[in-house]
Design a protein around this ligand. Structure first.
Ligand SMILES: C[S@@+](CC[C@H](N)C(=O)[O-])C[C@H]1O[C@@H](n2cnc3c(N)ncnc32)[C@H](O)[C@@H]1O
Length: 285
């Protein structure tokens, strides 16, 4: 726990205890490029079915799995005996170059959201709300005009904390060469995901102290965020360079976290001294 292990995820997963995991973030091979990391021996659908079977025994009842892939990544496979598909989320990337000449260009990745059983243990909607982005006149009109929900009249209520992000996510951009969080140029095109994206999954489907499994950790986005936000994690990666990179990233997070805690303790200590001095001055007066 809380380490990144080098090796094949399909073998290492057998070391994980059954029914022990709260959340799995599975950003593995897509089976679409000739990169070594993206290679699978069978079709990507068969590969994903194999993963779904393995993951289902490792998840707690009500635990969540987010499986990344292209639009057809779970087509024509029967995952239903193992996990319940709650939603297919489209991660829309309008910035992708539209180079298709004989077909419509693919502009999204799919994130399949599954749970073990039909009820999710955790769905922290308030932690992942996004701005409403409606103008005030429209909002005022909606809040005054009655609307029908399930046959009863009510007024539309806007939540000041924002809205549910829905299942088409166009608000989180892919990383580019200029992104500060990019660990290396090599990580681009192929793999590194934006922190905002992985953070949304972690915040929605886990609480502090929960156990997150990241079987294909790449540059370590998920374990770094787990370290930052107080989740435990188990992470696997087969590429030694990425293992090194991701361990460095986690170490940096832990260092920053320690610095923040030290500063907080120092501030508290100074504040308490100040309070004690003022109190004795006051009593002396
Ligand atoms: C899409 S990337 C993950 C990117 C990661 N989410 C990030 O933000 O950096 C997939 C990773 O899975 C690794 N991988 C592919 N097959 C694997 C396997 N069988 N076992 C372990 N790691 C594997 C690849 O080396 C690659 O780094």
């Amino acid at each position: 726990m809380n380490s990144i292990t080098r090796g094949d995820a399909l073998e290492l997963i057998h070391r994980v205890s059954d029914s022990s995991i709260d959340l799995i973030v599975c950003d593995g091979p897509y089976g679409v490029t000739t990169n070594r990391w993206d290679n699978v021996a069978c079709s990507i659908q068969e590969y994903n079915l194999q993963l779904i079977k393995l993951f289902s025994s490792k998840l707690k009842i009500g635990g969540s799995l987010y499986l990344f892939g292209k639009s057809d990544c779970i087509d024509f496979i029967d995952y239903r005996p193992y996990l319940y598909l709650r939603r297919k989320i489209i991660w829309f990337q309008p910035s992708r170059l539209s180079q298709g000449k004989t077909n419509y260009t693919n502009n999204y990745d799919l994130i399949c959201f599954f749970t073990k059983g039909s009820k999710a243990n955790i769905f922290n909607l308030d932690a992942i709300r996004i701005p409403q982005l409606v103008d005030l006149t429209h909002r005022n009109r909606c809040e005054k005009v009655p609307s029908v929900t399930n046959g009863t009249w009510g007024k539309t209520k806007f939540n000041d904390m924002g809205k549910n992000p829905g299942d088409v996510w166009g608000d989180i951009k892919q990383l580019t060469y200029k992104s500060k969080e990019l660990v290396s140029r090599d990580a681009l095109n192929t793999i590194q995901k934006p922190e905002e994206l992985i953070k949304r999954l972690i915040f929605a489907s886990s609480d502090e102290g929960d156990l997150v499994l990241d079987p294909f950790t790449g540059t370590g986005t998920c374990p770094a965020l787990c370290a930052r936000y107080g989740r435990d994690y188990i992470a696997f990666e087969m590429d030694k360079n990425y293992v090194r990179e991701s361990r460095k990233r986690v170490a940096k997070e832990l260092y920053l976290k320690r610095q923040i805690k030290l500063k907080r303790d120092r501030d508290l200590f100074n504040e308490e001294n100040l309070y004690a001095n003022n109190k004795s001055n006051y009593q002396g007066a």
